[in-house]
Design a protein around this ligand. Structure first.
Ligand code: HEM
Length: 146
C-alpha cells in the first residue's frame, strides 16, 4: 500500500501544484492582458500530465479507501470518521469533474477575450477543490476532523 500512497502523493503534487500555478501565476496575466492564448499555451502543456494525474488520484484513492473501509456500502455513509472523509473526497471529485467537463465542453471551445472571466470562475473553484483534497487527505493522519 506504500507504493499506492506514494503515487497518490505524487499525483497530488501535479494536480494541486499545477492548479495553484495556473490560478496564482498564469490566470492574473491572462486576465490583465486579456490573452486567451497565454492560457491555452499553459493548458496544452499541463493537460498532458494533469489529466493522467487526476486519473491516478481516483484509482489510488479508491484502492486506499477500499483498503480502509472494505464494504463500498459505507463509502457514502458519513457513519464514521473514515467513511466521512471518503465521502467528502468523492463529493470533491464530483464537483471537480463537473467543473472540468463544463470548462472543456462550454468555455474552452469558445475561449476569447469575452469569456475569460467565465473561465476564471472555473479555474479558481477547481484550484480551491484541489487544495481541499489535500487538506482532507492529510487529515486522515492528523485527525483534524474527528
Ligand atoms: C485530485 C484529487 C486528490 C488529491 C489532490 C488528493 C490528495 C491527497 C493527499 C495529499 C493525501 C495525504 C497523503 C499522506 O497522508 O501522506 C491523501 C490521502 C488520501 N486520499 Fe486523496 N487525494 C485526491 C483524491 C482522492 C480520491 C478521489 C480518493 C477516494 C476516495 C482519495 C482517498 C484518499 C485516502 C483514503 C487517503 C488516506 C491515505 C492514508 O492516509 O493512508 N483521494 N489524498
Amino acid at each position: 500500500m506504500g507504493v499506492i500512497l506514494l503515487l497518490h502523493v505524487l499525483g497530488a503534487t501535479i494536480w494541486t501544484g499545477g492548479h495553484i500555478v495556473l490560478a496564482v501565476s498564469v490566470l492574473p496575466s491572462v486576465l490583465r492582458n486579456k490573452s486567451p492564448e497565454l492560457l491555452l499555451q499553459f493548458e496544452r502543456r499541463y493537460e498532458r500530465i494533469g489529466m493522467p494525474a487526476l486519473l491516478a488520484q481516483v484509482v489510488t484513492g479508491l484502492i486506499m479507501a477500499n483498503a480502509m473501509l472494505g464494504d463500498t456500502g459505507t463509502w457514502f455513509g458519513f457513519s464514521d470518521p473514515i467513511s466521512t472523509l471518503v465521502s467528502i473526497k468523492l463529493i470533491l471529485l464530483m464537483l471537480t469533474v463537473g467543473l472540468a467537463i463544463d470548462a472543456r465542453l462550454r468555455v474552452l471551445p469558445h475561449l476569447s477575450e469575452n469569456n475569460l472571466v467565465d473561465l476564471a470562475w472555473h479555474v479558481i473553484p477547481v484550484t480551491l477543490l484541489s487544495i481541499a483534497f489535500v487538506v482532507v487527505g492529510v487529515s486522515y493522519r492528523t485527525g483534524w476532523f474527528y
